[in-house]
Design a protein around this ligand. Structure first.
Ligand SMILES: Nc1ncnc2c1ncn2[C@@H]1O[C@H](COP(=O)(O)OP(=O)(O)OP(=O)(O)O)[C@@H](O)[C@H]1O
Length: 206
């Protein structure tokens, strides 16, 4: 059960759409013994009114400058929620897709890092090669290649922008690891170290 005098562990899973974040969230919640709350982007997106969609999942490219100030606040609200859970002793796993390819830089990741200052955070890069992302987009969304056979521009932008600057405590490649194996490696890293510092290293980046 949670210990109110000890902050809960936070695991941030960062990766592009279809990379496999949600599957890892479920594997963690189903296989780790303690209480792991999912306070992540998928849920915050659902909490957002329709007229402000895509909200927190606005893709790279700077297409909706009108939404960007709200997106900064939504990220801050989500990370304040993550911090609140951790301070009450609850472990948190969050699926996110950070990027800074808005109409102008917004510095969301450094802002979020400052909100979690002093709390234990493991920052995990969830990687997946673009060919496999495309296979999953076709299989699950029926959204594939352009007529000329090229990768759609937003998909290509995501693939790069979500891993800038790409400083993680650990990375997993979901094209070669099952969600359960990713969760097992995360558990191992939490238990065996070395200490993690990647998320907090972003605090001073802006
Ligand atoms: N490790 C894996 N191996 C094989 N298939 C996977 C793996 N992880 C996820 N998938 C499949 O890829 C698809 C996307 O997975 P998932 O919903 O976990 O990704 P996501 O990163 O949360 O995506 P989104 O951000 O688009 O919601 C699903 O069909 C899922 O079954």
């Amino acid at each position: 059960m949670p210990h109110e005098n000890k902050p809960g562990q936070i695991v941030i899973l960062n990766g592009n759409p279809r990379a496999g974040k949600t599957s890892i969230v479920h594997a963690i919640q189903n296989t780790f013994e303690e209480v792991w709350m999912n306070v992540g982007g998928s849920l915050f997106k659902k909490m957002t009114p329709e007229r402000y969609q895509p909200g927190i999942s606005l893709r790279p490219g700077g297409e909706r400058p009108d939404l960007e100030p709200l997106i900064v606040t939504l990220y801050e609200a989500m990370y304040e929620s993550i911090a609140a859970h951790s301070r009450l002793g609850l472990n948190v796993v969050a699926d996110v897709w950070h990027h800074d390819s808005y109409s102008s830089p917004r510095g969301i990741l450094p802002r979020c890092a400052r909100i979690l200052s002093g709390l234990p955070v493991l920052f995990v890069g969830v990687r997946c090669p673009i060919e496999v992302v495309m296979q999953r987009r076709i299989a699950t969304w029926n959204a594939g290649y352009e007529e000329d056979g090229s990768v759609p521009k937003p998909v290509g932008l995501w693939q790069h922008a979500v891993h800038v600057p790409g400083i993680y405590d650990m990375e997993v490649d979901t094209s070669i690891l099952s969600p359960e194996e990713c969760a097992r490696q995360i558990r191992q890293r939490l238990e065996e170290g070395p200490p993690f510092s990647a998320f907090h290293s972003h605090e001073d980046m802006m």
